[in-house]
Design a protein around this ligand. Structure first.
Ligand code: EPS
Length: 391
């Protein structure tokens, strides 16, 4: 029951990656440069492969925006795959003059095998092109539009890398200190791995380099935080309206994400209730908590505290020294297919997770405040805020 509807299309080495976003109120200021900023952030990060030297992701807004403002009609966005030029004759919609050599040895950990069986394909390229994390460029484009709507409501969303492999950045960071712009937030943006602690960054880079030399890959843990979130987004009244579930689904759907927690999710299972729940107080006439172990969500509803979501990313499945597999054309044992790929894409995944959180929050905002125009939407939000005063 989504209010902001969106989807993506495009193959990794096809002509382009596309995003379609429907339900954004009319009158939201939106520039291509708003989207390009996040597209560029997604491309950064130490540990990425050769592809990022080819691509320079910029958006072309094809529909739904006129003169720098949204129209309330579907927003269509296109990002060109520069690498497509190198895939002439192997990608594209026209029938092949010469049939390209098929990929036949599935990679453990990738969608290759299940996808080939499910869609009845004999060339694994038909699967891997769409399963590829190149698709996340479109998610980030859609997320950047959602981020504009969130900004109009005073909500900002940022991410940081907590660990890569076994190396952790243990610096403690109050979410209110790093969102919005400035201070620690800028340090994170300047970091090659979206971490705060420089010693940890150096150790992570060394680990990525050693892993690259070993022909292997690395995962990590990410944290996404949203501040300025109004109380009351999502609902406990039906299972699929709970915002924690909606956020978990959104985050879990990102390529290579294998676990999601909200607040102190995993560690709370080890404690007694009194050490887990956040006591309620009144500060300057508004309800607030001394702690935020719940991560801003209780009963599937936002409680006004910063929203904190963490996600674990597995090491990428494309290994230069591949694991064992089976050649599906001969049914004999063979090493898995190797493709050019990234050694570590954890920082990029942080930007993608931000986009997923932005889209999920924007959906919940449109659900609660509706409005065909931004003016109507913001009036509804202001009226609700007024209603909360003195409660
Ligand atoms: C990916 C493999 C690599 C990554 C790609 C995701 O691409 P290629 O096979 O062309 O080298 O670079 O990520 C992107 C292109 C991107 O924009 O994030 C994969 O198999 O998932």
């Amino acid at each position: 029951m989504s209010h902001l509807r969106w989807s993506t299309a495009g193959e990794s080495h096809g002509p382009s990656i596309l995003a379609l976003l429907d339900g954004v109120p009319a009158g939201l200021p939106l520039l291509a440069s708003d989207v390009d900023r996040d597209l560029a952030r997604r491309q950064r990060g130490y540990g990425r492969g050769g592809r990022m030297k080819i691509e320079h992701d910029v958006v072309r807004i094809e529909a739904g925006v006129r003169g720098g403002e949204t129209l309330g009609s579907p927003i269509a966005m296109r990002i060109e795959n520069r690498d497509f030029a190198n895939w002439q004759g192997r990608m594209g919609a026209d029938p092949f003059t010469t049939v390209p050599d098929p990929v036949t040895t599935p990679r453990p950990g990738h969608a290759d095998l299940a996808g080939a069986l499910k869609f009845d394909r004999s060339d694994l390229r038909d699967v891997l092109e769409r399963a590829s994390a190149r698709e996340t460029a479109a998610r980030v484009a859609a997320g950047a539009v959602a981020r504009r709507l969130l900004a109009a409501c005073g909500i900002s969303v940022r991410s940081r890398v907590l660990s890569i492999g076994t190396v952790r950045d243990r610096s403690v960071l109050d979410p209110l200190e790093w969102v919005p712009e400035g201070g620690a937030g800028d340090r994170l943006e300047a970091s090659s791995l979206r971490v705060l602690d420089e010693a940890a960054e150096e150790a992570m880079r060394a680990e990525i380099l050693a892993t690259a030399h070993a022909g292997d890959t690395l995962g990590g843990v990410l944290e996404v935080v949203a501040v300025g979130v109004v109380t009351g987004l999502g609902s406990y009244t039906q299972w699929d309206r709970r915002l924690d579930g909606r956020l978990a689904q959104a985050a879990m759907s990102v390529q290579a994400i294998k676990a999601v927690e909200i607040g102190e999710g995993w560690s709370s299972a080890l404690e007694r209730g009194s050490a887990v729940h956040d006591s309620i107080g009144l500060y300057d006439g508004r309800y607030a908590r001394g702690t935020n172990r719940a991560g801003g969500l209780e009963g599937g509803v936002t409680n006004g505290e910063p929203l904190v979501l963490r996600a674990a990313m597995k090491p990428l499945a494309t290994l230069r020294r591949p694991l064992g597999s089976v050649d599906m054309s001969t049914h004999t044992s063979a090493p898995a297919n190797t493709e050019r790929s990234d050694v570590c894409a954890v920082p990029a995944a942080g930007v993608v997770l931000e986009a997923m959180v932005c889209l999920t929050l924007a959906d919940a905002l449109v659900e609660k405040f509706s409005g065909d125009s931004l003016r109507e939407f913001l009036r509804n939000l202001a009226g609700y805020r007024e209603q909360l005063v003195g409660r």
